[in-house]
Design a protein around this ligand. Structure first.
Ligand code: SME
Length: 166
C-alpha cells in the first residue's frame, strides 16, 4: 500500500508514521535508485513547507546529485562546500535556520530560506547526504532534526548501500 494519506504534522507520532511508511516503501526494495526516489517523494509529500528534498551521493570524492523532488539543482558539490559539503565532511547533521547567514551556502532555489542536511554513513563510510530545503526561516526544529535523522537511520539500515554504484 503506497502512503497517500497526508499526515497531520502536529500529531505526536508524525515522524514515527513516516518511518513506517518508509519501511513499507523500501523494506523489500532491491533497487537503490527506486528506493531513494520513493524516499525523496515521501518526504516531499509529507513534510509541510519544504521546496526541495533529495540526495547527494558520494562518487570519487564528489557529492553527485541523486533522486530528488524540487527545482533543478546543482549536479555536483565538492566536499566541504555549501551546507551539503560541510555536513558530509563533518559527518554530522547541520541545521541552518537562515541560509543567508551560512557562509558558503549554495543557492540552488532562490526560495530556500532554511535547510537541514543529514549525512548518510553506512558501516562507518560516508555514502552521501539527505538535503531538505524550506521556503520558511527556522523550519527545522529539534523535533524535525530528530525525525529526519531517524528517517536517514532507517534508510541506512534498509538499503543495500554496497550496491549503490553509478
Ligand atoms: N543548499 C545546498 C545545495 C543544494 S540545494 O539546496 C538543493 C548547499 O548549500 O549545500
Amino acid at each position: 500500500m503506497y502512503p497517500t494519506e497526508k499526515l497531520d504534522a502536529t500529531r505526536p507520532d508524525f515522524y514515527a508514521v513516516i518511518e513506517q511508511e518508509l519501511v513499507h516503501l523500501v523494506g523489500f526494495e532491491t533497487e537503490w535508485l527506486a528506493a531513494l526516489s520513493n524516499a525523496a517523494a515521501l518526504l516531499r509529500h509529507q513534510l509541510d513547507d519544504i521546496n526541495w528534498a533529495g540526495f547527494y551521493l558520494l562518487k570519487n570524492g564528489l557529492l553527485v546529485l541523486g533522486p530528488f523532488q524540487g527545482k533543478p539543482a546543482c549536479s555536483a558539490i565538492v566536499l566541504g562546500h555549501g551546507v551539503c559539503g560541510a555536513a558530509a565532511l563533518r559527518q554530522e547533521t547541520i541545521v541552518v535556520p537562515d541560509v543567508h547567514a551560512f557562509p558558503g551556502h549554495i543557492a540552488c532555489d532562490d526560495a530556500s530560506q532554511s535547510e537541514i542536511v543529514v549525512p548518510i554513513i553506512y558501516w562507518g563510510e560516508l555514502k552521501g547526504v539527505l538535503d531538505i530545503d524550506s521556503p520558511k526561516k527556522n523550519r527545522f526544529l529539534p523535533r524535525d532534526k530528530a525525525g529526519i535523522e531517524a528517517f536517514v537511520a532507517v534508510l541506512t539500515r534498509l538499503l543495500p548501500w554496497e550496491r549503490v554504484v553509478f
